[in-house]
Ligand binder design. Structure first.
Ligand code: ATP
Length: 923
């Protein structure tokens, strides 16, 4: 490998863990400001992309062979062999042609599906945060080169092998490499050269997971040269779980295969008993088998699913596991995060409460603004408690704010960025403040902890600063800072202020600080922070995303309950919930604290009623998901953090965020929202329903027409009539005329009302009871209609060829009408414009024209043993075939599901306030 030798030559056997970070930087010709673009380009050319060799796509030969593995094709092949033995070479040729056509179409489709899947996978390429040319940025991990400076934070997969140069409470799960699932604490110090690879705590390895904390390091190896590369195998979970739809299709094929076998055997026995020659009867049995096998089903399925996945991707829902397409359609509950999914995650600090007063932050142009007390501007210097609160906000903050030529830009967590912007607007420059307070140690924000902290040295004294969820911060405080000194903590006063802000839907953070005794600590005084002085609250606005209110209303119509599962405060959650129409202003809100005290049985009862869960931890989210599933709900749930992974896996559909989510959450999910937006979940549900409808329609079409031919043949046999179809004619029906139309059904656009139905029961099979019933009705009508035409023609003309041609043509026309009937399970064929699915219109016309041509074209006349039929015959065929429309319309009328109107579903949206046991707790 060129790359391998280049690195080996450049950095001969470097023991990165035994070198101080400066030496590492020197060896790699880099610095803490990162590489320059030129240097990156040169290194990329020299060392190659940072990726492990992928499994090559299946070869053409493998794909072609794969086409012959379906049980249905195997039956066809057996039939082909039988015709050779019997010397019926024309039939052999036809069957061979069918097999070739079938394999070619299947091959082309699978190649396309695979290419589409790869393209989708490309949307999911892993990213890495790097510092290059002194600037932090997000790049695709494949572009990493040795010497790059990489930043790590919780939830990320380590994108290359790194020598860590700084860490903050960094814990990494290395089970991928070591099998040991307890996370390893990492640090940046130098280790002895002889420390074995598994104990090199200052290295982070490609593919391992950052469980918590932050880190920074130099890339020392990329791609194959990494530890993971050395193990060689790509261990990543690529979502290859067995696909229930495939299983269902296999099972369905098996049932059909057995039915075919039995029908053929019955036909054979009846025929022989009635005195037919066994050879002829064998051919009839073969014909029957060919007639009843829905050869088109696997191809139509592949196309339908591929189209569904593509349509979802266009609506920002990227499917990672194929079964999700089907499950989405039967979703009954969506559990959604609030911040970023229901809301925009664009925060602006609007209010500050400190020194017993409410202040407003008025934003001006760019980074200017004013602090208002009762609407009157007041300079920050006159409000020392507010100033101390803002300093705390800056010092416990990992975000950045920059001035740009047309305003400003921020980087990092929106909550933190909003605080920096507010401080800058009120005249406190984050950079200057950070320079004045030297960092001793810090604790970055993690959702489980609900706060962030830092210890800083200022004027020779050490200070501890914290910001976070107000309840958490208040629990650390024993006094309250006021402009005129310390006062005892007045919890009543603080909670009143907090509730007032939260009731406006503001996201509220609390702040505290304290001067630490001498000597300054070098580590965070954990686990319990105590004795702090409470500074006050900041409330920020995070507007609801446009379209979410409507999407929630659509869910209600669709029989889907939406519940909010948030880490935020109960009052804020309720206010936002009310704005979004998720629940009433006095809705029952269950908090994490209440939830922790509930037994599973109590929780099962509560999840039925509550629509908002607040201050919930990730493990409680898992409990909620489990409780809902115990109730038989089909649950889709969103998540973004590392610890959300179990809940995402436990749900029927785990949904991760494409923009803000962590790698871990994404890998645990079955669907990813490219735009983090709740609206896209509802779009995906809609597409899921459409896709399932199409699968169902194709199946109904193929099975009902197959049943009709089988019925016609069996009846003719029993009545001792000649057989109405020859084997080649059946193949013609099944593969050519039907084959064109079944694939086109996959392109059926969704019905307008799909989101107004109730969810399909999870246990319902590919065909519902109603559809099985309809299949039988259709089979009988088409079978009898065809036989009647056959009998009439035989008696009139006395020519078997004429009669068989008429029977065949009748079936072709029946199919044309039946494909129209199959476009919708519930809508009348007259409610659907023939042009709304142009593919189907073209396919149907083509099938008809090809069939007519075949009647006149000598070679097809010879192979199919058909001849032109009279105009009279056509005039009889068309009205007879039209009876299938009448029959299906009547059946649709009788068996029409209750009207698709909002709330008509059996599962109703339960207003959360019903039975609410009084006002919600505020945590
Ligand atoms: P959701 O779960 O709907 O996304 P959330 O963002 O409020 O909501 P978390 O990110 O789990 O949930 O945050 C939990 C709580 O921690 C927040 O409500 C807030 O009080 C506090 N918090 C959030 N971000 C920070 C931060 N950067 N620093 C300090 N505290 C924070």
């Amino acid at each position: 490998m060129a790359e391998r030798s280049a690195i080996a030559q450049d950095y001969p056997a470097a023991d990165w863990h035994a070198l101080p970070s400066e030496a590492v930087a020197e060896l790699l010709s880099t610095s803490e400001h990162g590489l320059s673009p030129e240097s990156v380009a040169a290194r990329l050319a020299r060392y190659g992309p940072n990726q492990l060799p992928e499994a090559p796509p299946p070869s053409d030969l493998e794909l072609i062979l794969h086409q012959f593995r379906s049980p249905l094709v195997l039956i066809l092949m057996a039939a082909g062999v039988a015709t050779i033995v019997l010397g019926k070479y024309v039939d052999t040729a036809v069957i061979a042609a069918v097999l070739v056509i079938n394999a070619t179409v299947g091959f082309i489709q699978e190649r396309r599906a695979e290419r589409a899947a790869r393209a989708l996978m490309r949307l999911l390429t892993p990213h890495a945060r790097v510092v290059r040319n002194g600037q932090e940025r997000d790049i695709e991990s494949v572009d990493l080169v040795p010497g790059d400076v990489v930043l790590l934070e919780s939830g990320m997969r380590v994108p290359a092998d790194l020598r860590l140069t700084s860490t903050t409470a960094l814990q990494i799960d290395e089970s991928l490499l070591t099998g040991e699932s307890i996370p390893v604490a990492k640090q940046a110090g130098v280790l002895a050269a002889e420390v074995p690879a598994t104990d090199r705590t200052n290295l982070a390895y490609l593919g391992t997971i950052v469980v918590s904390g932050r880190g920074r390091g130099y890339v020392v190896a990329t791609g194959e040269r990494t530890q993971l590369g050395a193990i060689a195998a790509s261990l990543r979970d690529t979502g290859t779980t067995a696909n229930p739809l495939e299983i269902r299709l296999k099972r369905f094929s098996r049932v059909i295969g057995i039915a075919v076998g039995i029908a053929a055997a019955i036909a054979f026995v009846i025929g022989v008993l009635l005195g037919e020659s066994p050879t002829d009867m064998f051919l009839v049995a073969v014909a029957l088998a060919v007639a009843s096998i829905p050869e088109g089903l696997p191809i139509a399925f592949t196309i339908t699913l591929a189209l569904g996945v593509q349509r979802m991707a266009r609506r920002n829902a990227i499917i990672r596991r194929l079964p999700a397409v089907e499950t989405l359609g039967s979703t009954t509950v969506i559990g959604s995060d609030k911040t970023g999914t229901l809301t925009e995650n664009r925060m602006t600090v609007q209010q500050i409460w400190a020194n017993g007063r409410h202040f407003q932050v008025a934003a001006g142009e760019n980074l200017t603004g004013e602090l208002l007390a009762d609407g009157i501007p007041t300079p920050l210097v006159e409000q020392p408690t507010v100033a101390q609160l803002l300093i705390t906000a800056i010092l416990t903050n990992e975000a950045e704010v920059y001035r740009t030529h047309d305003g400003f830009a921020t980087q990092g967590d929106p909550t933190e960025a909003a605080l920096l912007v507010a401080a800058a607007r009120l005249g406190l420059e984050p950079e200057q403040v950070r320079d004045r307070y030297d960092l001793l140690t810090d604790l970055p924000f993690e959702p489980e902890r609900q706060y962030s902290a830092s210890v800083r040295l200022h004027d020779g004294a050490a200070w501890l600063f914290v910001k976070g969820a107000p309840e958490r911060i208040l629990a650390m405080c024993d006094a309250q800072a006021r402009d005129d000194g310390l006062a005892p903590l007045d919890l009543g006063e603080v909670h009143a202020a907090l509730d007032a802000m939260a009731a406006d839907g503001l996201r509220v953070l609390g702040f505290a600080s304290v001067r630490l005794p001498h000597p300054p600590p070098t580590e965070m005084p954990l686990p319990e922070l105590r004795g702090l002085h409470f500074l006050g609250l900041a409330g920020m606005m995070d507007p609801p995303r446009p379209g979410v209110r409507e999407a929630i209303a659509n869910c209600r119509d669709a029989g889907i309950r939406v519940i909010m599962i948030t880490g935020d405060h109960a009052v804020t959650a309720r206010a936002i919930g009310a704005q979004l129409g998720l629940a009433g202003r006095d809705a029952l809100v269950v908090t994490g604290t209440q939830l922790a005290a509930m037994s599973d049985a109590e929780l099962d009862e509560v999840v039925r009623r509550a629509s908002i869960f607040a201050r919930v931890s990730p493990d409680q989210k898992l409990r909620i998901v489990q409780a809902l599933r115990r109730r038989g709900e089909v649950v889709a749930v969103t998540g973004d953090g590392v610890n959300d992974a179990p809940a995402l896996r436990a749900a029927d559909i785990g949904i991760a965020m494409g923009k803000s989510g962590t790698d871990v959450a994404r890998e645990a999910s079955s669907m990813i929202l490219a735009d983090d937006n709740f609206v896209s979940i509802v779009a995906a549900v809609e597409e899921g329903r459409i896709t399932f409808d199409n699968l169902r329609n194709v199946t109904f079409f193929l099975v009902s027409t197959g049943a009709a031919t089988v019925l016609a043949i069996l009846t003719a046999l029993t009545l001792r009539w000649p057989i109405p179809f020859l084997p080649t004619q059946l193949i013609w029906l099944n593969v050519v005329t039907n084959g064109l139309q079944d694939v086109a059904l996959a392109f059926e656009p969704g019905e307008r009302g799909v989101l107004r139905r109730r969810p399909r029961p999870r246990t319902e099979g590919l065909l519902s009871r109603t559809l099985w019933e309809r299949t039988i009705v259709a089979g009988i009508v088409m079978g009898i209609g065809t036989l009647a035409m056959f009998w009439w023609e035989l008696n009139q003309s006395g020519s078997l060829t004429q009669a068989q041609t008429v029977a065949l043509t009748t079936m072709v026309i029946f199919q044309m009408f039946q494909v129209g009937n199959s476009r919708s399970e519930r809508l009348s064929v007259f409610q659907k414009s023939p042009f709304s699915n142009p593919f189907l219109f073209i396919a149907t016309t083509a099938a008809l024209l090809i069939h007519i041509a075949a009647l006149y074209f000598p070679p097809t006349q010879f192979v199919l043993r058909v001849e032109p039929i009279s105009l009279d015959a056509w005039l009889r065929i068309i009205p007879v075939a039209a009876t299938i429309i009448v029959a299906m319309e009547i059946h649709k009328l009788i068996r029409r599901p209750r009207p698709d109107r909002p709330g008509s579903g059996g599962r109703r949206f339960v207003p959360a306030a019903v039975g609410s046991p009084g006002p919600a707790q505020t945590g």
